[in-house]
Write a protein that binds this ligand. Structure first.
Ligand code: SAM
Length: 332
């Protein structure tokens, strides 16, 4: 069904078509997190998909078998049609429709997003200290983000997750406080290793491994290995000692690149189909989307999926190429 891809000498055939996709609705972002981009002037795509082209793209993805969609970016809520996109996606009856956001615009958009049919929200917040937040995001205002989280809870989003990237010497002393803060609000905290991708590759000496985080949180958490949630990505969840309903997720993007089981495809906002977050390999499908050719998108998805690294030979962010990738452009 798919073309074979040559990696070194062995030939590898992708196992199954993609069922999970991350759409980078826009490569624009109002923050510049220290592990993500060098500053806010690092350049954006000249030409991006408009709403009609996104609909063609999404229709093609669904025809190709995609059942789970996450909107990301860049900052997806900067897109003028973010709510309309959610409404359109919701009308397709997907198994999962989720959003990853920095929440700077969530206070105003939480209700429209909920009414449009969004299932779940993940919010990225690395620190609960306003000065540190401003430093780690190069100018972000923590108050707006916290107001966004409160708005999401108030309008009825129940399975909110908070993603915190842990950077040694910056927020690593705060992980217990972040966990407790989340637990008090029925939010699931997830602690991420800095991935060696893009700007993150410059922070190799500041990675705190999940194993080290586990040691620091040992008094709070059950001692067993974490468990993955079915069809919910690479995070491994460990339960609290005092209350099995509370959990912490760990995402080991560096100490274990979990490439082997990855079933994700990404679509950048210029319409490029990206089989892997940590390589610039991809298939340009923007013009196909703009022409309204859904069958063409299905064919391009097969081409992109055939380029997916197998996780044995190519191990994502352990590769030098990953340092030249922009997570913001591809869709983190
Ligand atoms: N703007 C949205 C947000 O802030 O959640 C979505 C895009 S952002 C690129 C998606 C996620 O990627 C965020 O949780 C961010 O912290 C994470 N991220 C970006 N660069 C990273 C890196 N080098 N290592 C680990 N996580 C990273």
């Amino acid at each position: 069904m798919f073309a074979l891809r040559v990696i070194d000498t062995p030939k590898v055939e992708p196992a199954t078509p993609p069922t999970s996709v991350r759409l980078s609705l826009t490569d624009r972002c109002d923050l510049a997190c220290i592990y993500c981009r060098p500053d806010k002037k690092d350049g954006y795509f000249d030409e991006v998909l408009d709403l009609a082209a996104w609909k063609t793209m999404v229709n093609g993805l669904v025809q190709a078998g995609v059942r789970r969609v996450r909107l990301t970016g860049g900052e997806p809520l900067l897109h003028p049609h973010a709510v309309a996109m959610v409404a359109y996606l919701a009308s397709l009856g997907l198994d999962d429709l989720a959003l990853t956001t920095n929440a700077t615009r969530l206070a105003r958009l939480a209700r429209p997003l909920r009414e449009a049919g969004l299932h779940r929200i993940n919010v990225s917040v690395d620190t609960l200290d306003a000065a540190r937040f401003a430093r780690m995001t190069r100018g972000g205002r923590l108050g707006r983000v916290l107001a966004g989280i409160e708005a999401a809870r108030a309008v009825g989003f129940t399975s909110i997750k908070l993603n915190a990237v842990v950077v040694r010497g910056e927020n690593d002393g705060e992980i217990e406080a972040i966990v407790r803060w989340c637990w008090e609000r029925d939010i699931v905290p997830r602690l991420l290793e800095v991935m060696q991708i893009g700007e993150g590759a410059k922070l190799a000496d500041r990675v705190v491994t999940a194993a080290e985080m586990r040691v620091r949180l040992a008094h709070l958490l059950e001692p067993h290995d974490g468990e993955r949630e079915t069809n919910r990505g690479p995070a491994k969840y460990v339960r609290a000692r005092h209350d099995s309903a509370k959990r912490v997720g760990f995402i080991t993007g560096t100490s274990d690149t979990y490439c082997k089981g990855c079933d994700r495809l990404r679509v950048a906002s210029d319409g490029t189909l990206r089989p892997c977050l940590a390589t610039n390999d991809g298939v340009a499908a923007g013009d196909i989307a703009r022409s309204g050719d859904e069958a063409g998108i299905v064919a391009a998805i097969a081409d992109a999926w055939a380029k997916k690294p197998d996780g044995d030979v190519w191990k994502g962010c352990t590769e030098d190429e990953a340092a030249r990738v922009s997570i913001r452009s591809i869709g983190g």
